[in-house]
Design a protein around this ligand. Sequence first.
Ligand code: NDP
Length: 254
Amino acid sequence: MSAPSPFSLSGRTVMVTGANTGIGQGIAVAVARAGARVLGVGRSAMDATARRINDEAGSFVAITCDLGDARAARAMFEKAWAEHGPVDGLVNNAGIIRRADAVDFSEDDWDDVLDVNLKSMFVLCQALGRMAIAAGRPGKIVNIASVLSFQGGIRVASYTAAKHGAVGVTRILANEWAGKGINVNAIAPGYIDTNNTAALIADPDRNAAILARIPAGRWGSPEDIGGTAVFLLAPASDYMHGAVVPVDGGWLAR
Ligand code: NDP
């Protein structure tokens, strides 16, 4: 019998937040295809992802939770662990963006983005860390950062702050938990074709300017991110802690 693939997620349970659409759906499908049972978290029902994963003969459980509420996020994670068994992997992907000039930026647009993109990210990491450490189990966490974890961007003050924070959360937890068998890493996507970026793609001038700036010469797809997430959840990445992997068509290399 051949040795199991170091890229297999067979027998693992992986929670993916924001699995309903875009990058989260791409990750959920890739993770299911690699053999894991997926716990997909969204604000709304998740028919499309469930259907795609079921078509792939994967296993999928849809969970509804507003991750803008950190207490609800923690309670959701603990309930999922109690009902579905230990969670081996967590992908913190759910995210929102608000656009306004810095001088006009509202407190609500600051708080809403920080709550979903950063506070719930930390709270869910903490929930997995607490339960895995108490149970003496290993764990794998993948946080979805951005190229705006390293650049300023424009008219996206709260998003840029949250995405810089995502790298900070990844590094502090990697530092504290590497010796406890919990891997915490991040992916920094570049420009990916999703609902989030539809308006940019629809604007011919902005689309052309973005494409001219991407060395690969094309927008990324959710599937481009899915494979990297599988790698960071699988045994192949067991010695990786605190890494932030750009998947950006070369954007940050430029
Ligand atoms: P989408 O808008 O397609 O997906 C965002 C997902 O997050 C949705 O499924 C949404 O669920 C979920 N979500 C948002 N708010 C909440 C909430 N309060 N509670 C629960 N779920 C919530 O965007 P993308 O796929 O583009 O973005 C996914 C991640 O990738 C984000 O973190 C984003 O910042 C990041 N990213 C995206 C890039 C891009 O170019 N697209 C580039 C770099 C990073 P629902 O539909 O149910 O509301």
